[in-house]
Design a protein around this ligand. Structure first.
Ligand code: CAA
Length: 258
């Protein structure tokens, strides 16, 4: 399907979505968010795809929600539409593993979108921030909640109250990103990592993702109960037998479910 604001390609078992509104630093217009949702629906439905990478340009992953599009919204407009609408959360709802590959600015809704992926791989040029306070509003796509869970109250509060940006090194120290790589290697490295995940047992990968996500949604006792149930469930997947047999027989596993 031809899109106006994103590019979609497949690299082996990896779906690569590139946000593509260069003149607006990939500001997340309604159309872009809609098209991203459609692309993610298609990649989730495509059985040949085992993992998804979302990236932007060298200059910007995304510089936030589209300020020019929303500047004249009234309270009634945003209240009635429940803006930021549910379609913004599509990335967070993916069942397949997702990686945000971030170079340049990931600000406001851009930072919030990156945090919806399973993890963030950052280029050394990446800059993260929730600068909404500097334009008279606050994060509206989960920033006050997800950033606080990632980096703790002090840093999240400072960033949301002042709009200060965090560079890639600080983001790695704070646990916002899994790793920092040279900008020139960002997309290739993200695709390599996604491919590695896509070559594992797909149901077991999805189960691992569900279990880690439980840590964000619930108490420790409940999370451990969820983990135990999912761990037990892996024993109903042929790939647990195959993986453990392959280990015992000193060979590579041949996963049944990819
Ligand atoms: N919305 C709409 N357009 C945007 C945009 C945004 N979020 N960010 C950048 N642009 C546009 C600029 O208006 C400019 O367009 P024109 O050439 O037509 O003037 C173009 O992209 C290039 O931007 P700049 O000239 O500003 O580039 P720069 O290199 O000087 O600065 C920047 C880069 C620091 C990222 C700056 O563009 C900026 O501060 N952008 C806004 C960041 C922001 O406030 N984001 C939060 C948005 S609110 C939000 O996201 C709410 C939410 O929680 C969902």
């Amino acid at each position: 399907m031809p899109y106006e604001t994103i590019l979609v390609e497949t690299r082996g078992p990896v779906g690569l979505v590139t946000l593509n509104r260069p003149k607006a630093l990939n500001a997340l217009s309604d159309l872009l968010v809609t098209e991203l949702g459609q692309a993610l629906d298609a990649l989730e439905a495509d059985d040949s795809i085992g993992a998804i990478v979302v990236t932007g340009s060298e200059k910007a992953f995304a510089a936030g929600a589209d300020i020019k599009e929303m500047q004249n919204f009234s309270y009634m407009d945003v209240y009635k539409a429940n803006f930021i609408t549910a379609k913004w959360e599509r990335l967070a709802k993916c069942r397949k593993p997702t990686i945000a590959a971030v170079a340049g600015y990931a600000l406001g809704g851009g930072c919030e979108l990156a945090m919806m992926a399973d993890f963030i791989l950052a280029a050394d040029t990446a800059k993260f921030g929730q600068p909404e306070i500097t334009i008279g509003t606050i994060p509206g796509a989960g920033g006050t909640q997800r950033l606080t869970r990632f980096v703790g109250k002090s840093k999240a509060m400072e960033m949301c109250l002042t709009g200060r940006l965090m560079d890639a090194a600080e983001a790695e120290r704070a646990g916002l990103v899994s790793r920092v790589v040279p900008a020139t290697d960002l997309v290739d490295e993200a695709v390599r990592v996604a491919e590695k995940i896509a070559k594992l047992s797909r149901p077991v990968v999805m189960m691992a993702k569900d279990a880690v996500n439980a840590a964000y949604e619930t108490t420790l006792t409940e999370g451990i109960r969820v983990e135990r149930r999912i761990f037990h469930a892996t024993f109903a997947v042929e790939d647990q037998k195959e993986g453990m047999a392959a280990f015992a027989e000193k060979r590579q596993p041949d996963w049944k479910h990819r």
